[in-house]
Ligand binder design. Structure first.
Ligand code: DX5
Ligand code: ZN
Length: 218
């Protein structure tokens, strides 16, 4: 499967959000990653529907929505209506994960499950055949700019070996991804690469996206 870069708008300049989205539209990014935090599941609050509205209005690429919220079932429908293409929920935040995945797909979106660094991939065994995407967190969720956790490589490789996944399953990695680890992550078996600070703190963010895309294609 082809790789793809999903820059995270969490690291964008919210005073110039339209400008930053236009940059992403013109760049080698395939998706736009949208980090929604509720201050409960994670110790930080990011943004909600008003920002989704701006993204929907200006983004020319699929919105990859990562819900770091407790009981995401409550908001699946609204995020679908707000323009999400992919909705990813946390394994740790769902009591009835099977029902949540059905709701996401029933709303016309691709469904993903995210795993915190401490959550083993084997817990996905029974739900894996339903999933369109698995997001391996390579930092503890809640903040951009954190240090990459190297155990991620092993988790990606283990996930690749689990039976029952769709051929089209996308393995996404999120947190501390940069030009120094993206090749090894690709080799381990990941397809989709979220990058926040690596992109937006670069002097030329579009050039950094192109560079990440280029390195991941080897
Ligand atoms: C962390 C978020 C990430 C974050 C990545 O909770 O899920 O998507 O924006 O940012 P960097 O690339 O700076 O680690
Ligand atoms: Zn994310």
């Amino acid at each position: 499967m082809k790789h793809l870069i999903a820059p995270s708008v969490l690291a964008a300049d919210f005073g110039n959000l339209q400008r930053d989205i236009e940059m992403l539209n013109q760049s080698a990014a395939e998706w736009i990653h949208v980090d929604v935090m509720d201050g409960l599941f994670v110790p930080n609050i990011s943004f909600g529907f008003p920002v989704m509205e701006t993204l929907r209005k200006h983004a020319g690429k699929p919105l990859d929505v990562h819900l770091m919220i407790t009981d995401p079932d409550r908001y699946v429908e609204r995020f679908a209506q707000a323009g999400a293409s992919v909705i990813t929920v946390h394994y740790e935040a769902c009591t009835h994960l099977h029902r949540t995945i059905e709701a996401i797909q029933g709303a016309g979106c691709r469904a993903g499950v995210a795993l915190n660094p401490h959550t083993p991939v084997q817990l996905l065994q029974d739900i894996l055949p339903m999933l369109d995407l698995v997001l391996i967190m390579s930092v503890n969720p809640g903040f951009g700019g954190q240090k990459f956790i190297p155990n991620t490589y092993k988790k990606i490789a283990e996930l690749c070996r689990l039976p029952g996944a769709k051929d089209s399953l996308i393995i996404e990695v999120d947190g501390g991804v940069d030009s120094g680890n993206i090749a090894a992550l690709r080799k381990a078996g990941a397809h989709a690469f979220v990058a926040g600070s690596a992109v937006f703190s670069a002097p030329d963010p579009a050039a950094m996206i192109a560079e990440l895309n280029q390195i991941a294609s080897i």
